[in-house]
Design a binder for this molecule. Structure first.
Ligand code: AMP
Length: 136
């Protein structure tokens, strides 16, 4: 059975999309630890990120970098933090989190509850800044 993230890519489950190319998809985490918490995934379903091929892994990281650049422009923050857990959803993904402090990377903290309108607004704001080619 397809993972929940594959079903998101297929459009079977809704998501707050922020970026996409032929091999990758980025969308808001539904239980964010901070405003603008994004998940970046390869469209090919692989559970463990280090089981991606070298080429797939490198391409995913470069795509995540471009998403992080858009994220930093859309959400004021000190830096964008990156984390890989993968204990809940068996489809490789990178968490990108706009950080004001170290605590923003604490996944044990209570998650934020944002309205659908606010989630859509954040996603649209990040999407509007996204460029596939690196910013100079
Ligand atoms: P982990 O696998 O431990 O990295 O955690 C999976 C992450 O996916 C969690 O932060 C969840 O909030 C998030 N998540 C699970 N289902 C969805 C969904 N349908 N849309 C967006 N994010 C999700």
């Amino acid at each position: 059975m397809a993972s929940i993230f594959s079903r998101i890519v297929a459009g079977e489950i809704p998501s707050y999309k922020v970026a996409e190319d032929d091999r990758h998809y980025a969308f808001l985490d539904i239980n964010p630890v901070a405003e603008g918490h994004v998940l970046v995934i390869p469209k090919r379903e692989v559970d463990y990120i280090f089981d991606l091929t070298d080429d797939e892994y490198a391409a995913l990281q470069v795509f995540a970098k471009h998403v992080a650049e858009a994220l930093r422009q859309a959400i004021p923050c000190r830096k964008v933090g990156m984390a890989v857990l993968g204990l809940e959803v068996p489809h490789a993904h990178i968490h990108l989190i706009p950080m004001q402090s170290e605590g923003d990377m604490d996944f044990r903290r209570d998650k934020l509850t944002l309205s659908p309108e606010r989630m859509a607004e954040i996603a649209q704001s990040i999407a509007s800044k996204f460029r596939k080619t690196p910013l100079q």
